[in-house]
Unconditional design. Structure first.
Length: 240
């Protein structure tokens, strides 16, 4: 007689991968993540050559993701991609790799933002390898958001140096912010701070360039008066 496994009040034949898969899906839907993982793993181990085993591998990664175990999810998606490079859902898997990294980006600008670089790289791979994928539109949005987080971090470090009067170090960081993260909403403030940094170390030519660029690119800036006053003040100094 067939062995029966009791799951959530229902009996499922142990030799029925489809029945077990339905049970695992129900557990996932009900947010019973530990049970879902057990069921999906059971299918994978007991029916390694069935199509359900491959489906279960992918759903294990999805379960980790839904559980907000993003490190484990990213790893499971990566393994799936390596084992099944031609799977019909491989674009989805690449998207979820990027999203798993994105979800690991810390909110605090002072923290390590390596995950943001990995997220950008993963979404760029998605666009490059699967240009017609439905997931690319969202991927591009996440690239912009990841870049904003990196820009915030660069601005945080620049401000840290500026507040401590390490103006040369601050100037490097504001320059990097303007070069690497342009048009993400930080240019106006960065140009003004760059001008101030140069002015404080008597690099008046560089300072004027930064202020002039601010006036040119942001003619209605609230910092316009301060920038103009700084340029006038420096014109009284002989150029070094």
């Amino acid at each position: 007689s067939s062995v029966l496994i009791r799951c959530s009040g229902k009996e499922v034949a142990a030799d029925d991968p489809d029945g077990l898969f339905r049970e695992a899906e129900d557990a996932l839907k009900d947010e019973h993540y530990v049970t879902a993982l057990e069921r999906f793993r059971d299918i994978k181990n007991r029916f390694p050559y069935s199509s359900r085993a491959v489906d279960a591998e992918l759903r294990i990664a999805d379960t980790y993701f839904e559980q907000e175990s993003y490190l484990e999810a990213e790893s499971a998606y990566e393994i799936f991609k390596e084992l099944h490079p031609t799977h019909p859902k491989v674009a989805y898997v690449q998207y979820r790799i990027g999203l798993s990294y994105y979800k690991q980006i810390p909110d605090n600008s002072a923290r390590d933002l390596t995950a943001a670089y990995h997220a950008i790289e993963s979404f760029e791979t998605l666009a490059e390898k699967f240009p017609s994928s439905e997931f690319n539109a969202k991927g591009k949005e996440y690239i912009i958001e990841s870049r904003k987080r990196l820009a915030e971090h660069e601005g945080y470090v620049a401000d840290f140096y500026f507040r401590r009067k390490h103006y040369l170090s601050a100037s490097y960081r504001y320059s990097a912010l303007l070069k690497d993260f342009a048009q993400l909403g930080y240019d106006e403030e960065a140009l003004f701070r760059l001008g101030q940094s140069y002015q404080n170390i008597h690099m008046f030519g560089n300072a004027k360039d930064a202020y002039q660029r601010l006036l040119s690119e942001f003619p209605n800036s609230g910092l316009k008066g301060d920038a103009q006053a700084a340029i006038e003040d420096m014109s009284k100094h002989p150029q070094p």
